[in-house]
Ligand binder design. Structure first.
Ligand code: PLP
Length: 411
């Protein structure tokens, strides 16, 4: 057994759920990591420790528990700051997840920085979370949504950029990595183009941070958002990174406790960043759990993550390409460890159901990216998405189970 294999075994042992058996005692082969990742013991313990040792509300109490909870919550914020290399910890706003972060920006940034007639540039490969909030903003502002098209391989058609740009274009909002296709977008190039043309930029990093390091200062991005549960942390916690000058100029998104300095019936004075955007009791345990997840990722290291996931992606792509009935959807050169595919004559949901009977968890559906499905003339795909804890043997088991499913439907 070589060192890499041994360390992978040790890594897998960190995730209790990976030892589970499902469906008539079959080993769980979890390939639905783009939907949510599994949690290492250290994250589970951080949550348990919070609730069993220092559960308390934050920023308010003078007692020991409240002090400990506040310190742990603010330490988690600092961990996120370091993780993204943000210039200040107050640029990190805790939200419920990517979805809430984008809704916050659409409504708050949109109300302050966008005017009737302004244009927002999205892409054909966005998750619904980066489409619908901009449509909701249209109830209040007469903004126009324009869409950067994609090519057959599932990359952005960059030739269209200059054609789509007008003097009314204000914001470019796009996904760093596509959840439905796996495409890694040329984020630096897109931001450079946007900045050269005076646009604000929001990047949806939900599918990027699990796979690659992000440096918001190096990117010079205005807003970067992600979800805790996709990077081995808890559900219900996420992050909005925003540049100080923008966050300061933006109005609060929600009103309530913690986001104020002084309230009278006539007037309210809002709190400073980051509290201005964190109304009410936040997900304290979730933030602390996210901090533990970041510690864990940094301990594993992106070098290992990228190397392992690239091997899994290459192996899965090669084996799937050898099956005549399978067509891979999304064949960009730069891809994260996600393989979407369809199978001639069999509905994706039927494939998903038969794989499940073998203990293999994949996703079948539109992946909350219906415009992507529309582009390919599909209603759904099967998606296998890998994490660094997956093994080559699991890839092979999945492909064998898929072949068995295809044989079943061909009978
Ligand atoms: N954006 C992308 C690219 C995603 O893949 C997802 C989730 O699948 C989201 C946004 C929404 O994330 P959440 O449901 O955690 O808010």
């Amino acid at each position: 057994m070589n060192v890499a294999t041994r360390s992978l075994e040790q890594i897998r042992a960190d995730f209790p759920i990976l030892q589970r058996r499902v469906r008539d005692n079959k080993p769980l082969v979890y390939l639905d990591n783009a939907a949510t990742t599994q949690k290492p013991q250290s994250v589970i313990e951080a949550l348990t420790r919070f609730y069993s040792h220092y559960n308390s509300n934050i920023h308010r109490g003078v007692h020991a528990l409240s002090e400990a909870a506040t310190e742990a919550y603010e330490t988690a914020r600092k961990k996120v700051q370091t993780f993204l290399n943000a210039a200040h910890s107050h640029e990190i706003i805790f939200t419920r997840g990517t979805t809430e972060s984008i809704n916050l920006v659409a409504l708050s940034f949109g109300s302050r920085f966008l005017e009737d007639g302004d244009e927002v540039l999205l892409t054909q490969m966005e998750h619904h979370a980066n489409i619908v909030p901009w449509q909701l903003l249209q109830r209040f502002k007469n903004i126009k949504i324009k869409v950067i098209p994609i090519t057959e391989e599932g990359t952005l058609d960059l030739n269209a950029l200059d054609t789509l740009l007008t003097e009314k274009t204000r914001l470019l909002a796009f996904t760093h990595v596509s959840n439905a296709l796996g495409t890694v977008n040329p984020v630096k190039k897109l931001i450079r183009w946007a900045k050269e043309n005076g646009l604000y930029v929001l990047v949806d990093g939900a599918q990027a941070v699990p796979h690659l390091p992000v440096d918001v200062q190096d990117l010079q991005v205005d807003f970067y958002v992600f979800s805790g549960h996709k990077i081995y942390g808890p559900t219900g916690i996420g992050v909005l990174y925003g540049k100080t000058e923008l966050l300061e100029a933006m109005p609060p998104y929600q009103g309530g406790g913690d986001m104020i300095k002084r309230v009278t019936f006539e007037k309210t004075l809002f709190n400073d960043l980051p509290m201005k955007f964190e109304a009410g009791t936040p997900n304290i345990a979730g933030a602390i759990g996210l901090g533990a997840a970041i510690d864990y990722i940094q301990q594993v290291g992106y070098d290992f993550i990228q190397q392992q996931e690239q091997q899994l992606l290459d192996h899965a792509t090669r084996l799937l390409s050898e099956i005549p009935e399978i067509k891979i959807i999304g064949t960009a050169k730069e891809k994260a460890a996600v393989v979407s595919f369809v199978c001639e004559g069999v509905h994706p949901h039927d494939i998903g159901t038969l794989l499940d009977l073998e203990g293999v968890a994949v996703r079948a559906g539109h992946h909350c990216a219906q415009p992507v499905m529309d582009f390919y003339g599909l209603s759904a795909t099967v998606r296998a998405s890998f994490a660094f804890y997956n093994t080559m043997e699991e890839v092979e088991y999945f492909v064998q189970a898929l072949k068995k499913a295809i044989r079943f439907f061909k009978r």
